[in-house]
Design a protein around this ligand. Structure first.
Ligand code: PEP
Ligand code: MG
Length: 590
């Protein structure tokens, strides 16, 4: 219980969809400190042997977790453990520690502690999420090796976890991979983001999670009741009766929406006045495609491909990429699959690119800009995507575009990839559609030109809102300012829709806004023809579409475009939303 005895509400990043109520189970990840001991000259070899043995055991454990993850979730998810396994062989880690043992005559535990401290310091000098995520891998490795060297128990031996909501400062992939999704209800952490490896695993394992809560670990005790809403990013500790009722109602509604779909073909996403809206899925991993199809997705509106690149030491090969794209296309043989080229930069940094640290990475080398700078990397990706076009309706999406010249340059690279394949006799389509993502105010204003250069437009509302309002989407402290219902947003979206209509091309939306009832109402009312949402949101958004009339949606959107402020926009949107939808205005709508 917090000091006032009332519920504590915390806001973080939605990291894995789903809502759960359970009991707090705190997991402390402090790496044990090595005692200040030196060793005699003649005992150095013994320490070197102990270190080698600890590395060998840690490696064996991780290989085993990797094997089990592969059997349970698939090869892509299993690769998440590669950076840690590689770290155990990394000469910087191994030789650096050995040097300390021999030259400074300290114990293996102390030498390892020193060396890892140095490396962590090196990594921590930049604050990119991907680098921080690697720190998280370092932490896992440190804990595993150090606990072994010091003969201490490790925190992942949880004992009974029935109804547990794991609360930690930060989690690690190997910890999450071992959890039993039937017993662990949810995860809540002080640090981390949706891009963290452990969060990707949580999504795959369908465990709801909220990251970046800042202080949930310090504000909870074991056994407290806690609600975790992995969709909105809200956590309530010690919920009162009203909060608990809200949770129960929401859970009942969600299970109602999902229950209706599994066996029978899901109902069509058609409004009460018979307007069809394309409802597609956003995927972060190929393994999610099957679940998306079961839940009635009419294709994939955004296949993020960064899982192939981030946290990896080497550029992913064409064959591996092709298999990943092909798996999704095979799940949707007769629907559109919009594959986004690697959207690198910002909070997504692959290790192999060795990009210099930037003062402002979200305004730096990001999206299509990286594509222009690294044609080799993207040529391989385009070859792999083009090969997948032979098996379905694959379309290619280009992130963070501002000008039609960027689309023209991209098409040239695509032509090169196609010509190469054709020269090699490899089948691929020559009419693959290319779309610009509209993610900046500049792109929204230049939509007529971008529409002429593209075959479709897709609005990335996460970035569009971030750049339109100049509010960092990864800063939880600014979450209350990240407002998709600021009147500037509907005005920008309506420009894009208009441009798409004039050019006769599809305009879709694939940011989180499309997965929130009020956001979906606004986008549909403004004329966006296709919504793409994370697969767990498919039943709810379908149900919403079926419960609204397009006439009402258009009226609400027309009012939103001329509204003076965000409160007026939200009020306008609540009219067509009467019914079972949670439209509380809050930062969770981001
Ligand atoms: C977006 O910006 O809305 C989007 C869909 O892309 P991402 O969230 O991957 O940046
Ligand atoms: Mg984006």
């Amino acid at each position: 219980m917090n000091s006032q005895g009332s519920p504590a509400r915390l806001e973080g990043f939605p990291a894995s969809d789903g809502i759960a109520l359970g009991r707090v189970r705190r997991v402390d990840w402090q790496v044990p400190e090595a005692p200040r001991e030196t060793v005699r000259r003649k005992d150095r070899h013994q320490e070197l042997d102990r270190f080698e043995e600890a590395l060998r055991r840690a490696r064996a454990e991780l290989e085993e977790i990797k094997r089990r993850t592969e059997a349970r979730l698939g090869p892509v998810e299993a690769r998440i453990f590669d950076p840690q396994i590689l770290m155990l062989e990394d000469p910087e880690v191994v030789e650096g520690t050995e040097r300390y043992i021999t030259e400074n005559r300290v114990t293996a535990a102390r030498a390892f502690e020193w060396r890892m401290l140095e490396l962590t310091d090196l990594w921590a000098r930049t604050s990119h999420t991907m680098v921080l995520d690697r720190l998280n891998d370092v932490h896992d490795v440190k804990l595993r090796v150090q606990s072994r060297l010091l003969g201490r128990p490790v925190p992942w031996d949880l004992g009974s976890t029935d109804d547990a909501v794991i609360v930690a400062r930060e989690l690690t992939p190997s910890f999450v991979a071992r959890l039993d999704p039937d017993r662990v209800r949810a995860l809540a952490t002080d640090a981390g983001s949706r891009a963290a490896h452990w969060a990707i695993l949580a999504r795959s394992m369908q465990i709801p999670a909220v990251a970046g809560l800042g202080e949930v670990f310090g504000r909870t005790r074991d056994g407290q009741t806690i609600i975790v809403d992995g969709r909105s990013g809200r956590v309530v500790v010690d919920p009162d009766e009203i909060e608990t009722q809200r949770f129960e109602q929401r859970r009942t509604r969600i299970s109602g929406w999902t229950r209706r779909t599994p066996d029978a073909a899901p109902e069509a996403a058609v409004t009460l006045d018979d307007v069809a809206v394309k409802l597609r899925a956003n995927l972060d991993l190929p393994g999610e495609a099957t679940r998306a199809r079961e839940l009635g997705a009419e294709g994939v509106g955004l296949f993020r491909t960064e899982f192939l690149a981030v946290g990896r030491h080497a550029v992913p090969g064409e064959e591996e990429q092709y298999r990943a794209y092909r798996a999704v296309v095979d799940a949707f043989p007769s629907d559109a699959v919009l594959i986004r080229i690697f959207d690198l930069g910002g909070d997504k940094f692959p290790l192999f690119l060795r990009m210099p640290a930037e003062g402002n990475p979200f305004l730096g080398r990001r999206g299509v800009r990286v594509c222009n700078d690294e044609p080799g990397l993207f040529l391989t990706q385009l070859r792999a995507i083009l090969r997948a076009t032979a098996h379905g309706d694959v379309r290619i999406m280009v992130p963070l575009v501002n000008t039609s010249a960027e689309i023209a340059a991209f098409r040239e690279l695509l032509d090169t990839a196609r010509e190469q394949l054709q020269a090699e006799g490899v089948p691929c389509r020559d009419d693959v559609k290319v779309g610009a993502m509209i993610e900046t105010p500049a792109a929204a204003h230049a939509a007529p030109e971008l529409a002429t250069a593209s075959d479709f437009l897709s609005i990335g509302t996460n970035d569009l809102v971030q750049y339109a309002l100049a509010v960092d989407r990864t800063n939880t402290g600014l979450a209350h300012l990240f407002d998709p219902f600021h009147p500037a947003v509907p005005r920008l979206v309506s420009r894009v829709v208009e441009a798409g209509r004039s050019a006769g091309i599809e305009v879709s939306a694939c940011g989180e806004m499309a997965a929130r009832p009020a956001g979906a109402v606004l986008l549909m009312g403004l004329g966006v023809e296709a919504l793409s949402v994370a697969w767990p949101s498919l039943p709810e958004i379908r149900s919403l579409i079926r419960g609204c009339s397009m006439r009402n949606l258009r009226e609400a959107a027309a009012a939103a475009v001329i509204a003076a402020d965000s409160a007026t926009v939200r009020r306008a949107l609540q009219v067509p939303l009467a019914g079972p939808f949670d439209v509380r205005p809050s930062a969770g709508d981001r």
